[in-house]
Design a protein around this ligand. Sequence first.
Ligand SMILES: NC(=O)C1=CN([C@@H]2O[C@H](COP(=O)(O)OP(=O)(O)OC[C@H]3O[C@@H](n4cnc5c(N)ncnc54)[C@H](OP(=O)(O)O)[C@@H]3O)[C@@H](O)[C@H]2O)C=CC1
Ligand SMILES: O=C1O[C@H](COP(=O)(O)O)[C@@H](O)[C@H](O)[C@H]1O
Length: 493
Amino acid sequence: MQASAFVLFGATGDLAKRKIFPALYNLHLEGKLPERFAVFALGRKPFNDELFRVHVAESLGRFSRKGKENAAAIADFAARIQYHVLDARDPESYIRLKHAVEKRETELGLPGNRLFYLSVAPEHFGPIAMHIRESGLGNEDGRTRLVIEKPFGHDLASARSLNDTLGRAFPSDDIYYIDHYLGKPMVQNLQALIASNPVLKAVLNNHYVANVQITASETVGVEARAGYYDQAGALRDMFQNHMLQLLMMTARHSEVYDKRKIIDSVYPVNKDEAANHIVRGRYAAGEIEGNAVPGYRDEPGVDPQSNTDTYVAARLQLDDPIWRGVPFYIRTGKRLSEKSTRIVFVFKNPLESHSSEDPVRNYLSINIQPNQSVDFQLNLHGLNGEIQPVPLHFATDAEEVPEAYELLLFDALHGDPTFFAHWDEIELSWKWVQPILEAFEERIVPLHAYPAGSNGPLAADRLLAEQGFAWVEHGQGQAVEEETIGESLAYVY
Ligand SMILES: NC(=O)C1=CN([C@@H]2O[C@H](COP(=O)(O)OP(=O)(O)OC[C@H]3O[C@@H](n4cnc5c(N)ncnc54)[C@H](OP(=O)(O)O)[C@@H]3O)[C@@H](O)[C@H]2O)C=CC1
Ligand SMILES: O=C1O[C@H](COP(=O)(O)O)[C@@H](O)[C@H](O)[C@H]1O
């Protein structure tokens, strides 16, 4: 790998602490960073190098996947980091930073390759990119790249405007949009898994598959991110990016491998018909792992009158030769019964029964997290002649699974954009989501409440039951009853 400088805006923030530094440290431990490598950590907080290295060491002790107690390795890694106070809005700061970077590059004999990672709030993305360009920090000598964190815009128009701004500062090929779900090893291996198993390749199509279910459920609530989340909601926070990327990764196949073509093939849902295809929810008070937790509106920092969604389920159809006629059900939400991300292919019922009362008998579940595994549920005939579902479970050694950020940072340093979100996909995703956003804003789609610890609103079960299907659940979730409150909002407890 080429020697380079890694310039991290937002180095004092939550993401840097929990993900970025641990990922870099694990690459360091595995000898996957260049021999000559300098990290410039930037923030407004008044750290110096020494204090910041202590801060990083503490973060690694808490969040690193391995080497938590390896003091020598931590010290070795921390020595590669310099901290610089920088206010992203101050053009002079960039000139000072440029001089510091050049000085260090000369000391280490670095050729001027610079990777700029923006782990800051989105309002800073455009201005920072422009300051990098105008200050000369994005130099012409080496290879420069810009990695940006989500959210990429708040809607279609703002995403386009952000992309235009970034495009004025960096060539589009050098802009890497991180979607960390694309860094999850099982997601990266999905197509290889299918391609290397002819038995799977043969049946994953509309001849045999009745429906596909993509779930990303979380037990955590809004945590300390209310300021951001209350403006975003589940549709922007998870659905527009991670969930639609999972859809693209799942539905691509040997004839149509280009993810852009997959997202482009999804039939649009108009604002006025959104309520027929989309379910919107918000968690109410409930219990998670035996502990009482508040409802979303009572979370610190959330507007008590908030109408933000914490759950979205959707039914999508693709105009694609392999998947035409197969509904894709996608759901994501916070404060649900379990942490689980999985893709389930439910096979057609050989008995031709379409009753949702029937148990799902034959499915393939590709489990992305918390543990990578594959479940295959088959039908066996018992001695009494009844069909019994028999699960087969295949799992890998969880300790050996790298974190998404390790794989993505390694690729970005190598200049490999394969597992990054590409602008065309982001734009097409926003295009699909835009009418839904408007339907949410105009309250055309009702906001259902679900108790924390449940499997989400009952309306999401009805979305499948309408077509004779049911979600494949792993967790138990609490039972819920239905009632309606308010004029325009249907709440389900
Ligand atoms: N945290 C997470 O789990 C995830 C975060 N993201 C995205 O990552 C990005 C960072 O998130 P997160 O770490 O949680 O945010 P935090 O609020 O924890 O950190 C923000 C960082 O930005 C810095 N910052 C703020 N204003 C300025 C400024 N004017 N000049 C220079 N630096 C500034 C802060 O530095 P200081 O305090 O020193 O001023 C801090 O380092 C966001 O875009 C977020 O959407 C994406 C996925 C998950
Ligand atoms: O991007 C985000 O992802 C996390 C969930 O990530 P995971 O890797 O733990 O599944 C989510 O909690 C957060 O709200 C969202 O911004």
